[in-house]
Design a protein around this ligand. Structure first.
Ligand SMILES: [Zn+2]
Length: 433
């Protein structure tokens, strides 16, 4: 390395760090901790962190004041199940698109959809199934190279040959792409190795697919495809490395096996029965219901079945209306819920509307997107609430979203790590932060 950058770094370190002090005046604050709204409070911020929350409107000397006295302020939303580069279904032929675009195209899509998510109020998200481009997007969003949510990424989902996570499933054998084998697990030993490889490549958590899926060719969403010893090996290795395990599962029986194997969350969980919910409650396993993706795919399968991967439109039509009907049973069982959409492109706040339509209290929907999501990720000390020490991730809406959950879809103000990305309902150009 030339000497100049070293010298500059040394000079910069020698300068006193000037904190940027900001105070947000919140007309109403839903802090992600208490179910009771607070009125007329000041949120004190230094650089990227919250330093205090005080009653009344205070204006410390030198602090920039942000006036949200007519808004409801909340912690930045967290989507626990995204695929950042995923396009909305039904826009083009899915297989044709997949075989004519590579991981760099995926990265560019992810840059666009990440910015859109952030402007919708999602300041953090878990990407549960992508390639190396998700690690690069996470880094670019963290470093301020691109605007986007704070990402926690899993890399390729782990699952068996011929399963939902095998992208070659249903394709001619000679047809494959680099990276398509990264998630294949057919023995406990390969499970252990793949977890360690994912960790080495930059994964924050592990995604596993014990059951078949709907939007894929050649597998059955009603079958458990991984064995207990494969699941246990993945979970044990991941937990030893400090990584959580998110498990994509539909059938009740597979949910029970995965919960016993120790997974941290059941993604979708759509065909759970009372016994499966009771087991999740007992083990403290989170449900990430992803009602939005069914809504989106049901429409695509109804209107453009020809554009979906071969054979999947019928699977969508047969299965997509079941999850929202089953969701009230999860609530009744007292299962912990974290918000997740399964989207990249699209309206991530739609999940608030669907969960509340299915009977969840709006205050609980907000907790699902804030403190519960942060707890599931294992980052409650940094995100998910408006408290001293947390990142200054704030969103605001006009009116009361607890009275009208549609307001979650019209976020007017977004701050991530102290930087304002949206104000007065308009995107703000942000310099590197
Ligand atoms: Zn997914």
């Amino acid at each position: 390395m030339p000497r100049l950058p070293v010298l500059l770094t040394a000079l910069m370190l020698a300068q006193p760090v000037l904190a940027r002090d900001v105070v947000v005046h919140a007309g109403t604050l839903l802090d992600g901790v208490s179910a009771t709204p607070r009125h007329e409070v000041s949120i004190l911020i230094a650089d990227d962190r919250i330093t205090g929350v005080q009653a009344g409107y205070v204006a410390p000397a030198g602090a920039e004041v942000i006036d949200l006295t007519h808004q409801t302020v909340m912690p930045g939303f967290i989507d626990c199940h995204i695929h950042i580069s995923e396009r909305m279904p039904g826009g083009e032929n899915a297989v044709e698109y997949d075989v004519t675009h590579n991981d760099i195209d995926a990265a560019l899509n992810g840059a666009k959809y990440g910015r859109e998510m952030l402007l919708q109020g999602f300041t953090s998200a878990r990407d549960v199934g992508g390639g190396d481009e998700t690690v690069s997007l996470r880094n670019a969003f963290a470093e301020g190279t691109l605007p986007g949510p704070r990402l926690f990424v899993s890399l390729e989902p782990l699952g068996p040959t011929g399963g939902h996570a095998d992208p070659a499933n249903g394709f001619e054998r000679a047809f494959s792409r680099q990276g398509w084998q990264n998630g294949i697990v057919d023995t406990p030993e390969t499970g252990r190795i793949k977890v360690r490889e994912h960790k080495r490549r930059g994964a924050d958590l592990i995604k596993m697919m014990p059951s078949g899926g709907i939007a894929s060719i050649g597998d059955d969403p009603h079958r458990m495809l991984m064995t207990d010893d494969e699941m246990k090996s993945v979970v044990e290795t991941a937990h030893a490395l400090g990584m959580k395990v998110a498990a994509h599962i539909y059938p009740a029986d597979a949910i029970k096996h995965a919960v016993q194997a120790g997974v941290d969350s059941v993604e979708h969980g759509s065909f759970a029965d009372a016994e499966a919910y009771a087991l999740m409650k007992q083990h403290g396993t989170y449900l990430v219901p992803t009602l939005t993706v069914y809504d989106v795919f049901y429409r695509a399968a109804s209107e453009h079945p020809d554009l979906l991967p071969p054979g999947t439109a019928a699977k969508e039509l047969a299965n997509d209306q079941k999850p929202i009907r089953n969701f009230p049973n999860a609530l009744k069982a007292g299962v912990k819920v974290a918000l997740g959409t399964d989207l990249g492109q699209g309206d991530h706040a739609r999940e608030f509307v669907l969960m509340t339509k299915a009977g969840m209290a709006p205050a609980d929907a907000l907790f699902a997107a804030t403190r519960n999501a942060a707890d599931l990720i294992g980052a409650s000390d940094r995100i998910g609430s408006v408290q001293p020490g947390r990142y200054a991730d704030l969103v605001a809406v006009d009116g009361d979203p607890l009275a009208d959950p549609n307001l979650f879809e019209t976020v007017k103000f977004v701050m991530k790590a102290g930087a304002v990305f949206k104000a007065g309902g308009e995107a703000v150009a942000v310099a590197a932060h």
